[in-house]
Design a binder for this molecule. Structure first.
Ligand code: PXL
Length: 290
C-alpha cells in the first residue's frame, strides 16, 4: 500500500484541509499520515475562529519519523499559515523526497482575484518557491496569476490559459493544473500541462458546473487527485476523476434537504459520495498501486 504525507492545518469544523484529506485518501486505499500545521476551531471562513500554531512541532515530528525510517510515496501540502512555516515545509520535503516521490503542492492563498485574509505579497513569493519543489501543482486562476505575475482575467480565453500554464511550467517541472476553469457554458474543471519524458501535453478535464460555491472543495479536489495518482491513474485521468467527484458531490450537497439553515462554509457532503469514488478507484484495480 502506498503512503502519503499531507501537511496542512486541522480546522475542526468546516470540512476542509486535513479533515477531508485523511478520510478521502484513506478510503481510496492509500495510507495517509497527517502533519497538522495549526489547530483551528473552524476554518477562517468562520469569524472568530481560534488558532493554535503548531509550527514548532513540525520538525521534531518529522525527525522522529526519520529515526523510524519512514518512507512516503507522496507529500501533499495544502493551506499553510506563514512564510516561516513554508520554509519548514520545504525542509521536510527535502528530508523525505526520494526518486519518484510525488510532491503535490496546492498553493492555497487566494481566490476570485484576491489574497485570503492575512496573506501578503511576500507570502506569494514564498509559495512560489514551494511550488518550485513540486512535481504537481493545482493552483486556481487567482493563484496562477499571483505565482506567474500575469494579470487576472476571468474570460481570458485559451491563449491566455496556455500562457499561464507556460509560466507555471517554468516554476514547477511535471504537471500544472489550473482549477476552476470552465471551457464552455455549464462546465467547469481544469486546464493542465504535463511534461513527462520530455514530452509536453496540454489538456483539459471538464464536468458539469453547479453554480454554487462551498468551502473545502479545492482541498477535496487535491485529495482525490493525490489518491488517484497513488492508485496508478495517469495525471489526466486522476484530474478528471477529481473534477467529476467534486461536481457530483456539490450536486448531491445542493439536493440534501437536511442542509436547510446550513450555508456553504459548512462544506460539502463528501461522505455521501465517497463510496462511489471508492468503487470507481477499485474498479480500475488492475493498475492500482496497492
Ligand atoms: O480550504 C482551505 C483552507 C484550509 N484551512 C484553513 C482555511 C482555508 C481557507 O480559507 O481558512 C484554515
Amino acid at each position: 500500500m502506498k503512503r502519503v504525507l499531507t501537511i496542512q492545518d486541522i480546522s475542526c469544523l468546516g470540512k476542509c484541509s486535513s479533515t477531508v484529506a485523511l478520510p478521502i485518501i484513506s478510503a481510496m486505499g492509500v495510507e495517509t499520515v497527517i502533519l497538522p500545521t495549526a489547530l483551528l476551531s473552524a476554518h477562517t471562513g468562520f469569524k472568530g475562529n481560534t488558532f493554535l500554531d503548531l509550527s514548532e512541532e513540525l520538525l521534531p515530528i518529522a525527525e522522529h519519523w526519520k529515526r523510524e525510517n519512514v518512507h512516503f510515496d507522496a507529500v501533499y501540502t495544502g493551506y499553510l499559515g506563514t512564510e516561516a512555516e513554508i520554509e519548514t515545509v520545504k525542509q521536510i520535503i527535502h528530508m523525505f523526497r526520494e526518486d519518484g516521490t510525488l510532491v503535490l503542492v496546492d498553493p492555497v492563498m487566494a481566490d476570485h482575484g484576491k489574497l485570503y485574509r492575512g496573506f501578503s505579497d511576500s507570502y506569494v513569493e514564498e509559495n512560489a518557491s514551494l511550488c518550485a519543489e513540486a512535481n504537481f501543482i493545482v493552483p486556481n486562476l487567482t493563484e496562477s496569476c499571483l505565482l506567474t505575475g500575469m494579470p487576472y482575467r476571468e474570460d481570458g480565453g485559451e491563449d491566455y490559459l496556455r500562457e499561464l500554464l507556460a509560466g507555471l511550467g517554468k516554476l514547477c517541472g511535471g504537471t500544472a493544473a489550473i482549477t476552476g476553469i470552465g471551457l464552455s457554458a455549464g462546465h467547469t474543471g481544469v486546464v493542465a500541462e504535463t511534461k513527462e519524458n520530455g514530452r509536453q501535453e496540454f489538456f483539459s478535464c471538464q464536468s458539469a458546473r453547479i453554480p454554487l460555491s462551498y468551502h473545502g472543495t479545492g482541498d477535496i479536489f487535491a485529495s482525490v487527485t493525490v489518491g488517484a495518482l497513488m492508485r496508478g491513474f495517469p495525471p489526466k485521468e486522476a484530474l478528471q476523476t477529481a473534477v467529476d467527484y467534486v461536481s457530483r458531490t456539490i450536486s448531491v450537497t445542493a439536493e440534501d434537504p437536511a442542509r436547510t439553515g446550513k450555508n456553504e462554509k459548512f462544506g460539502v457532503n463528501f461522505e455521501e459520495t465517497l463510496p462511489e469514488l471508492v468503487r470507481k478507484v477499485n474498479a480500475a484495480g488492475s493498475r492500482s498501486g496497492m
